[in-house]
Design a protein around this ligand. Structure first.
Ligand code: HEM
Ligand code: NAG
Ligand code: NAG
Ligand code: NAG
Ligand code: NAG
Ligand code: NAG
Ligand code: NAG
Length: 372
């Protein structure tokens, strides 16, 4: 046999091995309808359960939507916010910065329905993503077609929260820079995603620093907050009351609409970060356009796009991560496998597709034949 043919066969062999063993592309891969085959009813189950839950408790839409953003913005949309602390590790959810975060029981309820229908198939990260998507839709916001296929990560460390959150006293420039450097999200994304504050509530402990002793000056309030609104809020949040919840968008607290921008433009944005959108041209321009808009169509389209961009942050796909059984705990170690090959497969290493496996075997056979 000609040396050239042998060399070609060897090269083909090496290339095939290299291709089959290659790690998944660095650009993590989500797709529309990732559960079409493995759990075709998954998205319907989430919508049905969310409809039931929000039908009883409309105020849970805000916490679920926020929970998803808090998951994505710290270490990616991989369900780490849902993990409980363990001996020796304080989890993200127990960071002081996440004290007001809730909605965990909603995710657990939806996940239980998914597990009943398709055990071990739908990740907690996707359960939360779809529940958040439906919180928007069920409060009359846009329907957001959402790619799925996120798997669950296992790192949840409270100390990761602060570096990924705007520090106290952050300026709008700081927040825009944080979004760009940590999340690859633009100033427009920030202005658009802040529109989520059209539903839900904040704790008085969040709001009171704007109402009392602002900047350490006795009796002072935040001058960028409308004076009448300050008076109303002082009635709701008495000094020292940390727990009472106040609506972010009081005229329509349970409707996902574009009114938020009119509030912000009128100096009635509840959070200091809402008010801060007016202090940078990149974000104030968006607020002005939406505050004047005659329809919510553009905001809804923008929100869907920015929401999907956020939903792609740091996702775990392919052989990485796991499908958690219970969202608050990593899966118990797999039962000892009978062979080392099945143990490796159980841990998700070297998952050769059938086609790739066949190609490898065929190439080996052909090469063997040629080299003889
Ligand atoms: C720079 C970015 C953001 C900051 C600084 C921020 C800050 C906050 C704060 C301080 C609260 C009130 C928490 C409390 O007092 O307990 C809140 C509530 C909320 N946030 Fe954001 N947020 C940001 C981005 C987002 C994003 C991207 C979303 C979703 C897409 C979102 C959705 C919500 C919702 C729905 C609530 C109400 C939660 C409830 O009803 O319990 N936020 N946010
Ligand atoms: C799942 O089905 C939808 C609707 O038919 C389709 O658009 C999507 O591409 C499918 N996804 C996969 C991974 O098969
Ligand atoms: C987390 O996952 C990594 C790799 O995916 C693994 O090495 C590690 O043991 C896991 N940790 C826990 C606590 O499960
Ligand atoms: C950053 O986001 C842009 C879209 O706004 C995208 O084209 C680009 O690939 C992203 N870069 C990284 C490193 O993810
Ligand atoms: C604030 O309240 C006062 C008294 O109720 C009212 O006269 C004034 O028009 C209000 N200002 C704004 C900006 O709503
Ligand atoms: C309210 O929160 C502040 C700051 O977090 C804290 O110093 C204070 O003790 C809290 N008050 C109550 C009554 O919990
Ligand atoms: C709405 O548009 C008008 C005219 O273009 C402008 O003067 C006004 O400031 C805008 N409103 C807001 C809230 O930006």
């Amino acid at each position: 046999m000609a040396a050239a043919a042998r060399a070609a066969a060897l090269l083909l062999l090496l290339m095939t091995i290299a291709t089959t063993m290659m790690p998944p592309p660095a650009e993590a891969h989500l797709e529309m309808g990732a559960y079409n085959k493995t759990c075709p009813q998954a998205e319907d189950i989430v919508l049905k359960e969310m409809t039931a839950i929000l039908g009883k408790s409309p105020d849970l839409a805000g916490p679920v939507l926020r929970l998803f953003s808090v998951d994505c913005l710290v270490g990616g949309c991989e369900g780490s916010i849902l993990l409980d602390s363990t001996p020796g590790n304080t989890a993200e959810k127990d960071s002081p910065l996440n004290q007001g975060v809730g909605g965990y029981q909603v995710v657990d309820a939806v996940k239980a329905k998914l597990e009943a229908a398709c055990p071990g198939v739908v990740s907690c990260a996707d359960t939360l993503a779809l529940a958040a998507r439906d919180s928007v839709r069920l409060t009359k916001g846009p329907f957001i077609p959402l790619p799925t296929g996120r798997r669950d990560g296992n790192r949840s460390v409270a100390a990761d929260v602060a570096p990924n959150s705007p520090p106290p006293g952050a300026t709008i420039a700081d927040i825009i820079a944080l979004f760009a450097t940590k999340f690859n999200l633009t100033a427009k994304d920030l202005a658009v995603l802040s529109g989520a504050h059209t539903i839900g509530r904040a704790r008085c402990s969040t709001v009171s620093p704007r109402l009392y002793n602002f900047g350490g000056r006795s009796g002072a309030s935040d001058p960028t907050l409308d004076a009448n609104y300050t008076a109303t809020l002082r009635g709701q949040c008495k000094p020292g009351d940390n727990a009472t919840l106040v609506y972010l968008d009081p005229p329509s607290p349970a409707t996902f609409d574009a009114d938020y921008y009119a509030l912000v433009a009128g100096n009635r944005g509840l959070l200091s970060t809402d008010a801060a959108l007016l202090l940078h041209p990149a974000t104030s321009a968006y607020v002005a356009v939406q505050a004047n808009a005659t329809s919510s169509d553009q905001f809804f389209a923008d929100f869907a796009a920015s929401f999907v961009a956020m939903s792609r942050l740091g996702v775990v796909t392919h052989h990485k991560g796991e499908i958690r059984q219970v969202c608050s705990k990593v899966n118990p170690p797999a039962a000892p496998a009978t062979t080392s090959a099945s143990a490796a497969a159980a841990r998700g290493y070297y998952q050769l597709t059938t086609t790739a496996g066949l190609a490898l075997i065929t190439t080996l056979a052909v090469a063997h034949h040629l080299l003889m």
